[in-house]
Design a protein around this ligand. Structure first.
Ligand SMILES: *Cc1c(COP(=O)(O)O)cnc(C)c1O
Length: 351
C-alpha cells in the first residue's frame, strides 16, 4: 500500500472529514532512525531514535497539522487562512492553501525567519507580512484579525492542528511496537509536545500500546518561559523556530510534563549548535537548529545520569536543515579553494 498522508492512514483517530475536502501533500510516514553513533558517544547505554520530521513535504512537522486544519477550512467553506509564524507554519500553510485554492496570509517577525522558510511562503503565493515585532506580537495580532474577520486561524490554537500532529506519536508506536520510555522534543509555542502527549494517550486508551513515555521538552535558554515560570519579554536564541516568549499551549505543555512524569528544561545556544553539528556529522541527519534542542537536551540529561540504563529515547527533529542555510554556513568550515590541478587536489586530500 502506497502512503497517502496522515488523514488516509489515521482517519479513524481524527475528526471526520468529507473525502472531497481533503487537502494533502502525502505528509507523514517520516523516518525513525536508530542513532548508533550518538549512542556510542554517551557514557549511559541508551537506545536513541531520531524522528526525522524534516522529511515532510514542506520540511517540517507542521504539515501533519496543516493537512487537517486546511481540509477542515475547505469543508467549512472558508476562503482564506492566516497564521503568525516563526517560519515553518507559514511555509506549510502557504503550501496547503495553494493546493486548496485558498488565500493565505502570514505574519512573521522581521529578521527572525530563516531564509528557506520565507522563500517557501512567498513561492507558494502567500501574502507575507513582516512585522517590526516578535512572534508573540504577531500571534496576538492574528488572533484579533480572526475574531473580527472570516479568516481561518491555522496556528496550533486551531485544535485540528494538534489532531494532525498527534499522528507522529502513532507512527513512533507503530514502528517500535510500543511507546518509547522517553520522548524528547523542542518546545516553542508548545503545540507539538501537547500533540504528541495526546497521541500517546489515545493509543493507550485504544489498547494499541501498553505504556506511556515520559515527555521531555526543551526550550532555548534565552527563550524559556515555561522553565522559568514567567513570560519572557525579549526572547533570544539562534533557534528562531522556538524563539517564543509566551507559548500559546503553555498549560497543555505543563500538563504533558506533569502527567507523564517528564520535564521541561532549557538548553543553551551553544549546546543546541553542538547537537546540530553532531547530528549532521555523526548521523547524516541535517536538521535545523531548533530541532537539535531535543538532542541537546538528551545529551545534557544523559551526562547527568538522568536516564535508566538501556532506556529507549525518541528525539523529534522538527525541521530540515536546508531551511536555514545561512546558519549552516556559519557553523561549518569554509570550503577549500584549490587550483584545478591534480597535485594540489591530492595534497589537500592528504594522499
Ligand atoms: C514550530 C517548530 C517548533 C516548535 O514547535 P511548537 O509546537 O511551537 O512547540 C520547533 N522546531 C521547528 C523546526 C518548528 O518549526
Amino acid at each position: 500500500m502506497r502512503w497517502k498522508g496522515i488523514i488516509s492512514q489515521y482517519g479513524e483517530y481524527l475528526p471526520t472529514l468529507a473525502s472531497e475536502a481533503i487537502v494533502t501533500l502525502h505528509e507523514g510516514n517520516t523516518p525513525l532512525l536508530r542513532a548508533r553513533q550518538l549512542e556510542a558517544h554517551l557514557s549511559q547505554a541508551l537506545r536513541i531514535y531520531l524522528k526525522c520530521e524534516g522529511s515532510n513535504p514542506t520540511g517540517s512537522f507542521k504539515d501533519r497539522g496543516m493537512t487537517v486544519a486546511v481540509s477542515k477550512a475547505v469543508e467549512e467553506g472558508s476562503k482564506a487562512v492566516i497564521c503568525a509564524s516563526t517560519g515553518n507554519t507559514a511555509a506549510s500553510a502557504a503550501a496547503y492553501a495553494a493546493r486548496a485554492g485558498l488565500k493565505c496570509y502570514v505574519l512573521v517577525p522581521k529578521g527572525n525567519v530563516a531564509l528557506g522558510k520565507l522563500a517557501q511562503a512567498t513561492m507558494h503565493g502567500a501574502k507575507v507580512l513582516q512585522i517590526e515585532g516578535l512572534f508573540d506580537e504577531a500571534l496576538e495580532l492574528v488572533l484579533q484579525i480572526t475574531e473580527a474577520h472570516k479568516i481561518t486561524l491555522v496556528n496550533s490554537l486551531n485544535p485540528f492542528r494538534i489532531e494532525g500532529q498527534k499522528t507522529a506519536a502513532f507512527e513512533v508506536c507503530d514502528e517500535l511496537e510500543d511507546a518509547p520510555d522517553y520522548h524528547a522534543l523542542p518546545v516553542g509555542n508548545a503545540g507539538n509536545i501537547t500533540a504528541y502527549w495526546k497521541g500517546y494517550k489515545e493509543y493507550r486508551e485504544r489498547g494499541v500500546i501498553e505504556r506511556l513515555p515520559k515527555m521531555l521538552g526543551f526550550q532555548a535558554e534565552g527563550a524559556a518561559p515555561i522553565v522559568r515560570g514567567q513570560i519572557v519579554r525579549n526572547p533570544e536564541t539562534v533557534a528562531t523556530a522556538i524563539k517564543i516568549g509566551n507559548p500559546a499551549s503553555w498549560q497543555a505543555a505543563v500538563a504533558a510534563r506533569d502527567e507523564s512524569g517528564g520535564l521541561i528544561d532549557a538548553v543553551s545556544d551553544q549546546e543546541i549548535l553542538r547537537a546540530y553539528s553532531m547530528l549532521a556529522e555523526l548521523e547524516g541527519v541535517f536538521c535545523e537548529p531548533a530541532s537539535a534542542a531535543s538532542v541537546a537536551g538528551l545529551l545534557k540529561l544523559a551526562k547527568n545520569g538522568y536516564f535508566a540504563s538501556k532506556a529507549t529515547v525518541v528525539c523529534t527533529l522538527t525541521g530540515h536543515g536546508l531551511k536555514d542555510p545561512e546558519r549552516a554556513m556559519d557553523c561549518a568550515p569554509e570550503p577549500i579553494q584549490v587550483p584545478a590541478e591534480m597535485r594540489s587536489i591530492l595534497a589537500e586530500m592528504g594522499i
